[in-house]
Each structure stands twice: as structure tokens, then as C-alpha cells.
Design a protein around this ligand. Structure first.
Ligand SMILES: [Zn+2]
Length: 342
């Protein structure tokens, strides 16, 4: 039996419109708003019921939409219809309450799936634009987590897998926690998510060459065993891999940060499949040899891109957001170290 807060709110709204003469129209309007989520709220205005039942409708409706906005339900429904992702995956990926899903998905299907408005709406909405512009991320690496990444990238650069071999990319996952911070001002839709990264184990079994890597599925199962046993409070929140370069000129050519097309495809696919953690960001660690040891302090080029030296190596760290839709963005992402904040 569904009895969540969202369900109660939804029931109040639908009770308001039930015996209304414009019932069908209002119902379609409501379904569209749920599916479009916060995006439609700026563009459209829901019809007001005309009957006695309308009392308090506006407040109930905005309370309901505010719950929708806080959830990932619009994105989840959108992903469900657009990509035909199975229900179990959706619930897991978007952290949706099962009974909320049951009630609201049925409402959308009953209301919109029988006419041709659903495909039209799906074509019109781009949920990632909302997420990209209105949700800000701050990813804070614990000192130890960043050390893990730097050791892995440096080993991949300096220690070939076989004698006479060349450098290779190293890959690993970022484990930590995420906190949502709603903006206190009621009329703004912006939101901040703080991710604390506590562990970044390199994936020992991943296959890698100088310009690519291939993660191993079995490695995730192994990690999951240890995670449940030793650090159940953390989950996979992102991943990292290194881009090794021959020299500084090569690294500069791509501004030390360019993600390959292959990277973009992998992140989009990994995000949608949900089998590789709830990926919110990816970090590329570009690394190269300098001619001589140079003391250069840490320098931010942008919020999500910084560089520094380790002895005679130059390192660039650049972060990319992976949106729910699988699209990538460098907007509203800040990379920080807990060491710097102390
Ligand atoms: Zn790459």
C-alpha cells in the first residue's frame, strides 16, 4: 500500500480534480507536469479546477510539484519511456520509492500513453539542461583518496607492465558519500550536492594500453564484497583514469584535459546501465614527464581543472559531470581537496 509523503500529496491533488468538468484536460496537464518536472513549471501553468473541490488546490499542487522536484522522478520516467529501461533498474538508478513509482507511472501511462502526446512530450524535454544549470556539484577528495589516484597514475606512467614496455592508462573508482543541500530561498530551484570522496582504489584487473583502458566487470563484484563488509557507508560516486603523455607539449596540445570520444561513450553508457555505481562525475588525470624537476604549486585553471607538479612530473586533474541523461557537462562542478580546506 502506497503511503509515502509523495503519494499523499498526489492523492490530495487528484482528489481536488476528480469530479471536475474539465477532468480529462486537468489530468493531462498534471501528467505532463510530472513528466517534465521542474522544466515545465517555468513554461506552463496548470489549469485550475472549476468545481467546489478546487479549494486549496494551488497549494496542494505546488507542494506536490516541490516533492517531484526534489526527487529524480521526472528524469526516471523520462529515462523509462525514452530508453525503455526496465523498472528494477530505474528504481535503483534514480532511488525512487517503489510505491511512488507504481502509482505515478500508472497515472502517466493511463493518461498520456493512449494518445500521441507522450512521444511528443518526450521529444520536447531535455532534462539534462535543468540538471546541468540548476544543480551544482562540489567534489571534495580526502587526502588519502587523492593520494590513491596520484600513485596509480604515476605507476601507470613510470612502471611498464612488462620490461621494455610503455606507459599505460590506470583506471579506478571513487567511493564516498553524497549530501544534497537544498537552497534555503524558497523561490529558487537551485540545489547543491556535496560529494565526499574517501577511497579511490585502482582497478588491478582492468586492461590498459597507452591510450585506452577496459574495466573488468568481475572487479566490481569483488569490490562490492569488501565494501559491504568494511565500508558500507560509501558507494561508488565517480571514477577516474589517467591519460599519460610523452611530453609537456603533447599534454598542452589537448590542454591536459580532453576526454576522448570513447570516454564520453563509456560514461554515458555506464551511467544509464547503473551497473557501475551511481556515477556523478569522472576525473581525468593527465600526466607527463618534465625535462627537470620544477617546484610549481597547485593552480586552478577553472573550478573543475587544476594542475601541479610531483617532482619532475606535471599532473592535470579535470573533472566532468555525468548527468542523469548520460550527457556530460563541465558546468557547476568544483573539485577540491580536504587538505586545501584545512
Ligand atoms: Zn580517457
Amino acid at each position: 500500500m502506497a503511503n509515502s509523503k509523495m503519494y499523499k500529496c498526489f492523492k490530495e491533488v487528484t482528489d481536488c480534480i476528480e469530479e471536475n468538468e474539465d477532468y480529462d484536460e486537468i489530468r493531462r496537464d498534471l501528467a505532463r507536469s510530472i513528466l517534465c518536472g521542474p522544466e515545465l513549471q517555468t513554461k506552463g501553468k496548470i489549469l485550475q479546477p472549476k468545481s467546489e473541490l478546487r479549494r486549496g488546490f494551488k497549494n496542494k499542487y505546488s507542494a506536490f510539484l516541490s516533492l517531484i522536484r526534489q526527487s529524480q522522478l521526472p528524469e526516471a520516467l523520462w529515462a523509462h519511456y525514452k530508453y525503455s529501461l526496465p523498472k528494477a533498474k530505474i528504481l535503483q538508478n534514480y532511488k525512487i520509492n517503489k510505491s511512488d513509482w507504481h502509482v505515478l507511472e500508472k497515472f502517466i501511462s493511463d493518461t498520456l500513453a493512449n494518445d500521441d502526446s507522450l512521444p511528443q512530450i518526450l521529444a520536447a524535454i531535455q532534462h539534462h539542461a535543468f540538471e546541468e544549470n540548476n544543480i551544482r556539484y562540489e567534489v571534495i577528495f580526502d587526502e588519502k583518496a587523492m593520494d590513491d589516484i596520484l600513485i596509480a597514475a604515476t605507476e601507470g606512467y613510470l612502471s611498464p607492465k612488462k620490461q621494455g614496455g610503455t606507459y599505460y592508462e590506470t583506471f579506478g573508482v571513487c567511493l564516498g558519500t553524497m549530501t544534497n543541500i537544498q537552497n534555503a530561498r524558497s523561490n529558487t530551484k537551485s540545489e547543491k550536492r556535496i560529494i565526499h570522496v574517501s577511497k579511490c582504489p585502482p582497478q588491478i584487473s582492468s586492461q590498459a594500453s597507452y591510450d585506452r583502458f577496459k574495466p573488468m566487470d568481475e572487479s566490481y563484484a569483488a569490490l562490492e564484497k569488501v565494501r559491504k563488509h568494511s565500508f558500507p557507508q560509501f558507494s561508488i560516486v565517480g571514477e577516474f583514469h589517467s591519460h599519460p603523455y610523452d611530453n609537456l607539449a603533447d599534454l598542452r596540445d589537448c590542454r591536459g584535459r580532453k576526454n576522448s570520444e570513447k570516454d564520453a561513450k563509456r560514461w554515458a553508457w555506464a551511467k544509464k546501465s547503473g551497473d557501475y555505481g551511481d556515477l556523478h562525475f569522472a576525473l581525468v588525470v593527465a600526466i607527463t614527464q618534465l625535462r627537470k624537476k620544477r617546484a610549481v604549486g597547485m593552480r586552478y585553471l577553472t573550478d573543475n581543472h587544476l594542475c601541479f607538479n610531483i617532482e619532475d612530473l606535471r599532473v592535470h586533474l579535470s573533472g566532468t559531470r555525468i548527468l542523469s541523461s548520460g550527457n556530460l557537462s563541465e558546468r557547476n562542478l568544483k573539485i577540491r581537496f580536504s587538505k586545501m580546506m584545512a
